[in-house]
Design a binder for this molecule. Structure first.
Ligand SMILES: CCCCC/C=C\C/C=C\C=C\CC(=O)SCCNC(=O)CCNC(=O)[C@H](O)C(C)(C)COP(=O)(O)OP(=O)(O)OC[C@H]1O[C@@H](n2cnc3c(N)ncnc32)[C@H](O)[C@@H]1OP(=O)(O)O
Length: 291
C-alpha cells in the first residue's frame, strides 16, 4: 500500500491533488518552512522530534520525544509532518528509521486529551493532521523502518504499519495492535485497510472486532511485525536492515509499486461503493421512520 501511494504520488497528478486535499498537506509547511540539510551528518530538533541524519549513508533516524508516551497530539503530529517534509525534500536522504526516546513506549496512539472537549475546528485540524501523518509515511519516497522499542497501541500501531518494515523489542511486557474497539470506538476504514495490507483480511477481522493487543511474539506470528530483537538491539538492527533495503535498485521498488497501486485502487473503489450504500441505507431508514 505504501508503495502504491508512492507510485501514484510520482505518476498520477490527479490523484496527488486528491490526496493532498484529503490530507490538507500544506498545513504543516505553512507553519514552518522546511530547511535543507547541508552538513555531512546533522541533527535537527523540535521540542518533540529529534532527527539525526547521516549523509554518508543517506539514513535519518527520527526520535519521538514527547513525554510521557509520545501520544499523537496536534502539535506532535505537526512536528512529525514537518520533519518528514524536510527529509523528503532532501534527495540525499533515502532511508528513515522512526523510533522512540521514551522508555517502554513507542507511541500511545492518538492523544486522547486532544480529542476530548475541543472545538469542532480543533477536531477538524487534529483529524487532518492524523491523515497527513498517515499519507506522508505511506507515500514517502524513502524506505521507512519502524524501530518499535516499546508498546504501540492504536494510532501508534498505525504509525508503525505505514512503514516498510517493523522491528520490535522482544519484551513480553510490550504490546501492539489496533485496540480501538476496547475503547468503545470504531477504527476508521483506512486504519483497517492499513492493517489488512499488513496482516491480511482474517487477522484484521479478529484484531479489530476484538480490539486485540498482541505481545511481540504474537505480533510476529501474524506478521504485524517483521522481526523481534533484544531491546538493546532495536535501533542498530534497524539501521543494519536499512542497508539491505537501500541496496535494492529503486526501479524495482517502482515496479512493485505498480502492482500494489492496482490493489489499492480496487480497495478505494470498494470503499466508496460501500459508503454510498451506507448513505442510501441510512436515508431509507430515515424515510421509513418519517412515515
Ligand atoms: C478529534 C476528532 C477525532 C475524531 C475521531 C473519530 C474516530 C477516531 C477513532 C479511533 C481512533 C483511535 C486511535 C487512537 O489512537 S485512540 C488512543 C488509544 N490509545 C490507547 O489506548 C493507549 C492508552 N495508553 C496505554 O495503554 C498506556 O499508557 C501505555 C501502554 C502506552 C503506556 O503505559 P505506561 O504504564 O508506561 O504509562 P501510563 O501510566 O499508562 O501512562 C502515562 C501517562 O500517559 C498518559 N497517556 C497514556 N496514553 C495516552 C494517550 N493515548 N493520550 C493521552 N495521554 C495518554 C496517561 O494518562 C498517563 O498520564 P498521567 O496519569 O501520568 O498524567
Amino acid at each position: 500500500m505504501k508503495m502504491a501511494l508512492r507510485a501514484c504520488l510520482r505518476t498520477k497528478p490527479g490523484l496527488t491533488a486528491l490526496l493532498s486535499q484529503l490530507s490538507c498537506s500544506g498545513h504543516a509547511a505553512a507553519r514552518r518552512a522546511p530547511a535543507l540539510v547541508a552538513q555531512r551528518s546533522s541533527s535537527s530538533t523540535s521540542q518533540k522530534i529529534k532527527v539525526d541524519f547521516d549523509q554518508s549513508s543517506g539514513v535519518a533516524v527520527m526520535h519521538m520525544q514527547s513525554p510521557p508516551v509520545n501520544s499523537l497530539s496536534l502539535e506532535f503530529l505537526t512536528d512529525v509532518c514537518i520533519a518528514l517534509e524536510k527529509l523528503e525534500m532532501d534527495k540525499s536522504c533515502r532511508g528513515l528509521v522512526v523510533t522512540s526516546s521514551q522508555p517502554k513506549v513507542f507511541s500511545a496512539g492518538l492523544d486522547i486529551l486532544d480529542m476530548y472537549g475541543k472545538s469542532p475546528e480543533h477536531c477538524a485540524e487534529f483529524w487532518k493532521a492524523v491523515q497527513e501523518m498517515w499519507l506522508k509515511f505511506y507515500g514517502s519516497n524513502m524506505i521507512t523502518i519502524a524501530a518499535v522499542n516499546g508498546s504501540s497501541p492504536a494510532g501508534g500501531c498505525l504509525l508503525s504499519m505505514t512503514c516498510d518494515y517493523r522491528i520490535m523489542a522482544d519484551n513480553p511486557r510490550y504490546s501492539i495492535g489496533l485496540n480501538e474497539t476496547k475503547l468503545g470506538i470504531v477504527a476508521p476504514f483506512w486504519f483497517k485497510d492499513t492493517m489488512v495490507n499488513t496482516v491480511g483480511h482474517r487477522a484484521t477481522e479478529m484484531a479489530l472486532q476484538l480490539g486485540l493487543l498482541y505481545s511481540p511474539a504474537e505480533a510476529l506470528k501474524i506478521g504485524l511485525v517483521d522481526q523481534l530483537v533484544h531491546e538493546d538491539q532495536v535501533l542498530t538492527t534497524a539501521t543494519e536492515t536499512m542497508t539491505k533495503w537501500l541496496a535494492i535498485p529503486g526501479i524495482l521498488n517502482i515496479s512493485y509499486t505498480c502492482h500494489f497501486f492496482h490493489l489499492w485502487c480496487c480497495n478505494l473503489v470498494c470503499t466508496i461503493c460501500s459508503c454510498v450504500c451506507q448513505v442510501i441505507a441510512a436515508k431509507k431508514i430515515h424515510l421509513s421512520q418519517d412515515f
